[in-house]
Design a protein around this ligand. Structure first.
Ligand SMILES: Nc1ncnc2c1ncn2[C@@H]1O[C@H](COP(=O)(O)OP(=O)(O)O)[C@@H](O)[C@H]1O
Ligand SMILES: [Mg+2]
Length: 220
């Protein structure tokens, strides 16, 4: 890729800002035009960027484009991953799928429904913890509502174990490993689900970026 400020989708070239030969000077309004178009391609023509989500999107895209000044302003640590929280249907899963495309040069993350991790554990046992505790980048979707895992009569909080493994690796790799997640739960509910130990590791793994509680449900 010669000019990372340009992305072509469906034969149309989108400019995201200006490239000075070293880095892209992103233009947020152009980013929104691209996200609007790519969102329609991925999720259908009903997809659009909502006005009331713009402030939230500025925060989230600042992280993905690694805008240091804005990240500092918003208290976002670029070494950590994103924990995207918000009410059911506000668009968390869609956004995490969409934002990967904004920065094609960055190593992509795989979207994994958290409940699939539990189901995998129920079939394969502890191998699953190793499989997801590896050095790939993941976004665990819908964290905290997956059922408890059960393998040969033994119960396990599977995602809790996976997060602990990934935290270890995050430290070992000097914070090069990325883990993202989406959740409908708030901090107290997450703590209730995973316990204090996992919750404190989560604070080190993730930047919390939250949709407003009143964000509309986009399913209708
Ligand atoms: N910006 C948007 N414009 C239009 N529809 C959207 C938008 N974001 C999400 N949707 C739709 O709303 C529904 C819920 O979105 P989803 O991303 O699954 O929300 P969440 O993960 O927060 O529960 C989906 O059918 C999705 O296609
Ligand atoms: Mg979701």
């Amino acid at each position: 890729m010669d000019n990372p400020s340009k992305i072509t989708e469906g034969g149309i070239e989108y400019s995201l800002g200006k490239f000075d030969g070293h880095c892209v000077h992103y233009d947020f309004s152009k980013i929104l035009i691209y996200l609007n178009a790519k969102g329609k391609l991925l999720f259908g023509k009903k997809f659009k960027i909502y006005k009331e989500d713009k402030t939230f999107l500025l925060k989230l895209t600042s992280y993905f484009i690694r805008d240091e000044a804005n990240c500092k302003k918003y208290g976002i640590d670029l070494n950590k991953g994103i924990l995207l929280s918000g009410p059911v249907g506000c668009g968390k899963t869609s956004l995490m799928k969409l934002l990967r495309h904004l920065v094609p040069a960055q190593r992509p993350y795989e979207m994994i429904p958290s409940r699939n991790v539990t189901f995998s554990f129920n079939h394969l046992g502890y191998k699953t913890i190793e499989d997801y505790g590896n050095s790939k980048f993941y976004c665990f979707d819908d964290l905290g509502v997956e059922p408890v895992g059960r393998f040969y009569g033994k119960d396990l909080n599977v995602m809790g174990e996976v997060l602990l493994s990934r935290y270890e690796l995050f430290q070992e790799t000097r914070k090069k490993l990325k883990t993202h997640a989406t959740t409908n739960l708030n901090a107290e509910e997450l703590e209730e689900h995973y316990g204090n130990r996992v919750r404190s590791r989560m604070r080190e793994l993730f930047n919390l970026i939250a949709f407003d509680e009143k964000t509309r449900d986009k399913r209708v």
